[in-house]
Write a new protein. Sequence first.
Length: 71
Amino acid sequence: MARPVVGKSYLFVICKSCSKHFRVVDDPVFEGKQVEIKGPQTLKCRGCGAVAEYQTAEMQIASIEKRKKTR
């Protein structure tokens, strides 16, 4: 799995088990390009390993931002 690139947007869902965000696909979503996901998808969380079915309404596009360092 490739690491997400800062400044790019990706299609995410929120895990129904651990509530962490994870990418639906590894490729970034480009502005103006239609995202085509047909029907519900069965996905596995990359954090906790839980498998669940996600409706397209549960998927969201989010941009990756650089984390601020905390002291």
